[in-house]
Design a protein around this ligand. Structure first.
Ligand code: SF4
Length: 334
């Protein structure tokens, strides 16, 4: 498989999960490219209809000032707006990556298809032009995938056929009541339309789900996972994100007022494991916990120790004899 883009949702039995009880992004990259690929998060200077007043000017209730792209914002730092090329160069210099390493450029901050299509073409091409870049991943909202954008993605896919172009959709939940509470500002049929449009042009998508949204039971969260997986055009991957309370967000105020009940680590582990068990084994797990900078994390504090969280997850899965896509069958589980 080395050097070729894997078919979307290949049968999992042919893939080495690298000893984990789920099909991680690292395992996917190892399977396709024979090595680890590093993600470089960039900030393209775009906005979001949920912040610029088109839909709202407050943003989603949990969204930080960095537009859910705080690592990208850190790269930009105090140096003013850097071009995509400058951000990539800065990352390579700062992290001293060895020549020949492979990279994925992650357009993370804000809504990365919300802008002039010529500008979008310019920034995506700037990333795809790098020989060591194997693909790009574009975080956006399902309501920001109009005809022009889809045309652009299709053209880029044809132009850079050796590389991948992924689109990441922030669904968070299938439940309308929660969607209103978090101020998502689009309905479920918008997500469904986006998924079928992307699939019709062969662009794989990754769905983001938040674990621990206020008012949701474990069964509600599992229902969202089932909804995402049980589709004709299922996602290439899923990102499971623990709800983080970040500084200076409206969610922080809600939390201070006592309106947000936090998950304990044990409860979170129980929910993630149950989710993984019902996610098809050919769907790549891009993330199983939060990934926000510690500087702005208010709660849950236990989530800041990512290594501990992952170790605890793997241990608990072993104890429960659990693995992605099925109850323990022993396959792929070292
Ligand atoms: S859609 Fe994304 S960038 Fe926009 S406010 Fe919500 S989380 Fe933030």
């Amino acid at each position: 498989m080395n050097g070729k883009i894997a078919e979307i949702n290949e049968p999992a039995k042919v893939i080495d999960w690298l000893g984990k009880p789920y099909y991680s992004l690292n395992a996917y990259f190892k399977h396709v490219y024979g090595e680890k690929c590093y993600k470089i998060a960039v900030d393209a200077g775009l906005s979001c209809p949920n912040r610029d007043g088109k839909l709202d000017n407050r943003g989603c209730i949990f969204c930080s000032a960095g537009g859910s792209g705080d690592f990208a914002a850190m790269i930009n730092g105090s140096q003013g707006r850097l071009s995509i090329k400058e951000q990539i160069e800065l990352y390579l210099k700062r992290f001293n990556k060895k020549a020949g390493s492979k990279f994925v450029i992650y357009f993370q901050a804000y809504t990365n298809t919300y802008g002039d299509v010529f500008y979008l073409e310019k920034i995506f091409k700037a990333a795809l032009e790098y020989s060591d870049v194997v693909g790009i991943s574009i975080a956006t909202r399902p309501d920001c995938l109009g005809e022009e954008v889809l045309k652009l993605l299709k053209a880029l896919k044809e132009m850079y056929s050796e590389k991948f172009i992924w689109v990441e959709l922030g669904l968070q939940t299938m439940h309308e009541k929660t969607a209103q509470y978090i101020r998502r500002h689009y309905r479920l049929d918008v997500y469904e339309k986006a998924v079928s449009s992307l699939s019709s042009i062969g662009i794989p998508y990754i769905t983001h789900i938040i674990i621990g949204l206020p008012g949701e039971s474990k069964e509600d969260m599992l229902a969202t996972v089932r909804y995402v997986c049980n589709r004709e055009n299922k996602p290439q991957g899923i990102k499971l994100q623990l709800l983080h309370i970040l500084k200076n967000t409206d969610l922080e105020q809600e939390y201070q007022k006592g309106n947000v009940k936090l998950l304990t680590k044990d409860k979170y582990l129980d929910i993630v494991i149950s989710m993984l068990e019902i996610i098809d084994s050919d769907i790549v797990i891009h993330r199983v916990t939060g990934d926000g900078p510690k500087k702005i994390l208010v709660e849950p504090k236990w989530s800041a120790n990512k290594k501990d969280v992952l170790n605890s997850l793997h241990k608990a899965m072993k104890e429960r004899c659990a693995m992605q896509g099925t109850k323990c069958k022993g396959e792929n589980y070292g």
